[in-house]
Design a protein around this ligand. Structure first.
Ligand code: 3PG
Ligand code: MG
Length: 402
């Protein structure tokens, strides 16, 4: 793993620590609907409090257009953040730079916490502006990056700022990087990749990179339909990308060439349309009716994937295997998630999963806690699975190698 420094490598006592978090959590009518990212960040804040740091939390939230937008204020995050750190008070600065931010930071005592307003209220954040990064750097003595899920963004608080202050990884960043490294850089083999989701076109780079890295790959979700079609199968009225046929054939050829065993669905659950309570049928993959849609993997495919899971020692998983948000088309994904959980708990599999839909599916299956690691990242997890260098990780490693 690329080397980077962590909280253990620095003395933060009495220092102002600028903590880049990812508080980009789902909020409805001012209420956080999924606080997992906050809970996973909390141990880093707690450790900093413990060590007597002055903790200054900064984050983006949503996608404002480079100016203040009251609907995207981080204020609703104050209370959930306080709750996550055992009720300790969190001060708030209504601007993330300038006099207002300085005033709030100057009032902090060691062991106290402040939250700065949405970084994206300034154009300089997304532009990775050196001036904006300098304005942030004025507020701190040390930079801690705990936002792996935003590490694919070369933004000022992630990239430029890391070069201006002593920079280290927070606990969550450290955990993410360790898990991802264990899964793909130096894994116990064979490695299985389970890839699902709607479109081949959005996961092309990922498929190409992973085919060169893993011995086993199973593909589900609507993207499997595109591959099945390229193999000459009839997919009826299923969602698929007709214009990707040639690309799909190239992927199948690449898998053969690289000795990656590709496992496609051998049966499916079909229905006339994607709707709750619709009448379903279980069919072999060679018998998909003209007027039916493939909406989930069938029981034979589940059994096949379970058998492959028994063989695998390491798993990376991204994407559901069926239309899991509409029951009963969640069954295939849930059955596979349960099997992954069991094997992991039995010490027979190291399992790493990530991506918004995947995490939701695992939670629905009650298996999220049973995996070795579930990443908090969506886009960053995907880019990592594409073999891309993430600016947020690169910035920390560059600093460590100074
Ligand atoms: C995320 O939620 O995926 C990260 O916070 C990144 O957000 P962004 O896609 O708006 O950059
Ligand atoms: Mg996103």
């Amino acid at each position: 793993m690329a080397s980077f420094k962590t909280l253990d490598d620095i003395d933060v006592r009495g220092k102002r620590v600028l903590l880049r978090a990812d508080l980009n959590v789902p909020v409805k009518a001012g209420v956080v609907t999924d606080g997992t990212r906050i809970e996973r960040l909390a141990p880093t804040i707690a450790a900093l409090i413990d060590k007597g740091a002055k903790v200054i939390v900064m984050s983006h939230f949503g996608r404002p257009k480079g100016g203040p937008d009251p609907a995207l204020s981080l204020r609703p995050l104050i209370a959930p953040l306080e709750k996550a750190i055992a009720g300790q008070k969190v001060a708030f600065a209504a601007d993330c730079i300038g006099d207002e931010a300085k005033r709030v930071v100057e009032a902090l005592q060691p062991g106290q916490v402040a939250l700065l307003e949405n970084l994206r209220f300034h154009k300089g954040e997304e532009a990775n502006s050196p001036d904006f990064a300098r304005a942030l750097a004025e507020l701190g003595d040390i930079y801690v990056d705990d936002a792996f899920s935003a590490a694919h963004r070369a933004h000022a608080s992630i990239a430029a700022l890391a070069g201006l202050l002593p920079a280290v990884a927070g606990k969550l960043m450290e955990a993410e990087l360790k898990a991802l490294t264990a899964a793909l850089e130096c894994p116990t083999r064979p490695v299985l990749a389970i890839i699902g989701g709607a479109k081949v076109s959005t996961k092309l780079d990922l498929l190409q990179f992973l085919i060169g890295k893993v011995e086993l790959m199973t593909i589900g979700g609507a993207m499997a339909n595109t591959l099945l079609l390229a193999e000459g199968k009839e997919v009826g009225g299923s969602l698929c990308e007709l214009d990707m046929a040639e690309t799909a054939r190239q992927i199948l050829a690449l898998a053969r060439e690289r000795n990656c065993r590709l496992i496609l669905p051998e049966d499916a659950i079909v229905a006339p349309e994607l709707a709750p309570g619709v009448r379903t049928r279980e069919v072999g993959i060679d018998a998909v009716p003209h007027d039916a849609m493939i909406l989930d993997i069938g029981p034979k495919t589940v059994a096949r994937i379970s058998a492959i899971l028994e063989e695998a020692r390491t798993l990376v998983w991204n994407g559901p295997l069926g239309a899991f948000e509409t029951p009963p088309f969640d069954r295939g994904t849930i059955a596979v998630a349960k099997k992954v959980g069991e094997l992991t708990q039995a010490g027979r599999l190291l399992s790493v999963a990530g991506g918004g839909d995947t995490v939701a599916a695992l939670a629905q299956a009650g298996a999220a806690e049973e995996l070795s690691y579930v990443s908090m990242a969506g886009g960053a997890f995907l880019e990592w699975l594409e073999g891309r260098e993430l600016p947020g990780v690169a910035a920390l490693t560059a600093v460590a190698n100074h």
